[in-house]
Design a protein around this ligand. Structure first.
Ligand code: BTX
Length: 246
């Protein structure tokens, strides 16, 4: 049914009208040996974010998971999350949405006041491997494209809410082309990411599995970890939630 979306993608495409989670299907396919595969759905009923959080995925969105077998160490995998965020940011900007990246995995519409900092897209990257080698990676992209505002959490926005409904086929196509181009180019990814990222220079509140602290985001490492100056020391944050405090 990939015909439904009519995609001419740089990956094999498996299309579903409705699934639990495209990441869950992609993980199964990856475990069975697949690579360069895109699992795409119109609607998810069990979409997931990081730490098992729910991801609202009503019909009309772009719920997509790419299976890759990249020849790179696990430490370089977060740059695939960056590549996806860059691809989405550029594609929606081309369509008139004022989008920017929030470390590590969100595309937001900055704005001011009440409508400021709303989440447009999230990326969930999962991987498997052993002894320092990556076996497979699943990069899950959740983009609120043509979804009604009422079906989203209040802190979210959609392409439709920002600029009106868009052609999802060409949107997905643009995202995939850019993503596949960046997927093999970690250095290029990092530099374009930095251009689109809002986080650097902001005062941030970081929440990791173990602690919460604040400081100024001063940069990212080559592997995409966030550097935060707390005033006392510079911390390196590999994974966690980040809020822009001011
Ligand atoms: P995250 O953990 O950074 O963000 C999850 C949080 O985002 C939720 O707790 C909620 O507050 C908020 N949220 C939930 N749904 C939406 C939405 N539709 N728009 C904006 N904010 C929302 C982000 O995780 C990573 C999400 C990846 C989703 C893709 S969709 C394709 C693939 N399949 C799958 O199950 N997950 C990925």
């Amino acid at each position: 049914a990939a015909v439904e979306f009519g995609l001419d993608a740089p990956y094999d495409v498996e299309y579903h009208d409705r699934v639990e989670s495209t990441n869950a299907i992609a993980r199964e396919r990856a475990t069975a040996g697949a690579s360069d595969l895109l699992v795409l759905a119109d609607e998810q009923i069990g979409g997931r974010g990081r730490r098992e959080r729910e991801w609202q995925s009503p019909s009309g969105g772009v719920w997509a998971s790419v299976v890759l077998r990249p020849d790179r160490p696990p430490a370089a995998v977060p740059l695939l999350t960056f590549a996806a965020a860059v691809a989405v940011t550029e594609a929606v900007r081309e369509r008139g949405v004022d989008a920017a990246i929030k470390w590590p995995n969100d595309v937001i519409v900055p704005g001011a006041g009440e409508r400021g900092g709303r989440k447009l897209c999230g990326v969930l990257t999962e991987m498997s491997g052993e002894s320092g080698r990556v076996s497979w990676v699943v990069v899950g992209i959740g983009l609120n494209a043509n979804v009604p505002q009422g079906a989203l959490p209040p802190e979210a926005t959609s392409v439709q809410a920002e600029v009106g409904p868009v052609d999802r086929r060409s949107l997905v196509q643009d995202i995939l082309e850019r993503f596949s181009e960046l997927a093999d180019r970690p250095e290029a990814t990092l530099s374009v990411w930095s251009e689109h990222a809002l986080t650097i220079g902001q005062h941030v509140r970081i929440e990791t599995a173990r602690e919460t602290f604040e400081g100024e985001a001063v940069g990212v490492t080559d592997a995409g970890a966030l550097l935060v100056d707390t005033g006392d020391e510079e911390r390196t944050v590999y994974a966690g939630d980040c809020e822009h405090v001011r």
